[in-house]
Design a protein around this ligand. Sequence first.
Ligand code: LHQ
Length: 451
Amino acid sequence: MVAVVAEVEVTREGAVLTITLNRPEVLNALNKAVHEGIYAALEQARDPSVRAVVITGAGRGFCVGQDLQEFSSGPGAIVDNLRDNYHRNVLAIRALEKPVIAAVNGPAAGAGMSLAFACDVRIASEAASFVPAFVNIGLVPDSGGTWLVRRVLGTARAFEWLSTGRRLPAEEARQWGVVSEVVPADELAARALEVAQLFAAMPTRAIWETKRLLDAAETSTLEEQLELEAATQADLTRTDDFREGVAAFLEKREPAFTGAVLERPHPIHLVVTDDLRRWRLTVAVRLLLAYPHLLVLTAWTLLALPVAIVHWFITLARGRPSAGVHAWTARFVRYQAHVNAYIFLVADPYPPFRGWAGRYPIDLAIAPPAPQERWKTALRILLAIPAYVFATVLAYVLYIVAFLGAFYAVATARYPRGFRDLSAYCLRYQAQTYGYLFLLTDRYPTLAQPA
Ligand code: LHQ
């Protein structure tokens, strides 16, 4: 057993990592130490040898949300607290490339309820209950509560429940589909481990992609989702687990999945889910339409440059980028890719303004922050020069392809696949170059085109 910090314990059983919130005297109410402990444990869970995660609580509570004895109530302080602690962990669970199972052993209240809903599967003990306690103290559900609960219950039931703050007992939660099963209290830990082990023996990458696709489905159109599924399927056919699954089926034996991760050639990966359809009118006046985006992009770039300079010192000193700045810069680089994709006709819909992932047919998958070699950070600008020059050449390619492609698109309302793929190649290389320059990764942009 390895204690990350006293308030959160981490144990390991084969490929299953269990995170236990450990402030039983207050039903595992959340304070800074618990948030930090959960975050550290989720970092540990990213190890590829971990293939399923269980989150549970010590004592008779799962987690009762914010410790109401220990928090500052100024509006600014609450927003900072939510962003720095709650959002970070909810997003880390959603971004964790493996299933997360909440073993709900007792009351899950307030943000503790949101935490349970952020997990992929919930198993409850007979002593469990779900309490949307926010409204009882005059607040709204936070930490993703509205989003996460609505997608399990639907808006009508979510509204009714969240706005009464009613305690939902385990059995009723099972009937509502909040938990998949209810077991006697003394059997919960063993059952959660058993379920986690079943998941851990599955093809982990496919499980992760299912989780990611279901999250994306919350905001995608059917067309976008079809393309996203197709692109993911193409990726998965390159995994050992796919080959093993097919071989085991043909040989009429049980498959032995390893959960091996798919190594991408670069931490910044362009995801193309564009369907080649183009709206003639917007193609013809695209530059004009893109004008607001160009203004935002210019302003964002002016802000990103000083941020990058400060971040350079941080990355040099710590040997790894700051998670917060990395996330912000990732949105900036992604936004740039979205806008360029729109301008150069690589995608058709009007881009969103904020650079969030999973919302545009030309998207960037950017790996979380990783340690960076200090000498590469120190010399970053010099090292980036050749890539930057090549990226500039590719900008001309983008101009020429878009110019020619525009005629085709206006005539046929479609875009030639070859043009789209060539432009996507250019955008990918450019995004990797900006990502390298802006310290998202210390991996050099690659010429290799992923299959
Ligand atoms: C607690 C707590 C607690 C401290 C039980 N804190 N001690 C984010 C950012 C910033 C601001 C605000 O909010 C947020 C997000 C949120 O999470 S807001 C929601 C905060 N949570 C709540 O309002 C839940 C409050 N707790 C309850 O309603 C009950 O404890 C439930 C219904 C969960 C469980 O009831 P019981 O099973 O009857 O247990 P209990 O009430 O007797 O609690 C046991 C102990 O735990 C007790 O201490 P004591 O010294 O008297 O034994 C409670 O004071 C303590 N405790 N929740 N959030």
